[in-house]
Design a protein. Sequence first.
Length: 172
Amino acid sequence: MPTIQSQRYRKYLEPQGGFYSKNNTTFAAMYKISKQFTFSASHQLNMLSADHPCARMHGHNYVITIHLRSETLDEYGFVKDYKALDMVKQYLNTHLDHRHLNDILPNHPTSENIARFLYEKFKPEIPELCAVEVSETPQTSCVYEPLIMLVAMVMSLGHIGELQHLLVFNTF
């Protein structure tokens, strides 16, 4: 569970709720859920040298995991009803499944770019969305997870040294 050890930042985050203290350490309470989806598609990483295997057209059975986070639960006790995430599956089936991703994505269709593309696509519709994970194989995955709020707040206050400490020691 993440800790907020600096009282300076606690006052900025506390109005959102979900904090408790134990043994002089303040914890930010969060619920996190995830749901997996699959689709099959081809791509070609033609920016790579011709002898690289990914420079040839090839395909994957992608596993997409969306992660949602909330400090509170809705009236039914959910972060988000999993049924409300059907829009993700519908989009994947309609726009990405059995397609050539080079024709769809605005940039090179790497796992990293696919994760960011899907995050930016669904964040406006799913405000609880905190990360998108893309797996091309059972042994590989990429997670796109913006750390925008705390980083922007700390930088705007001019406390770069403390930001580095928070990020390096994962104490935010």
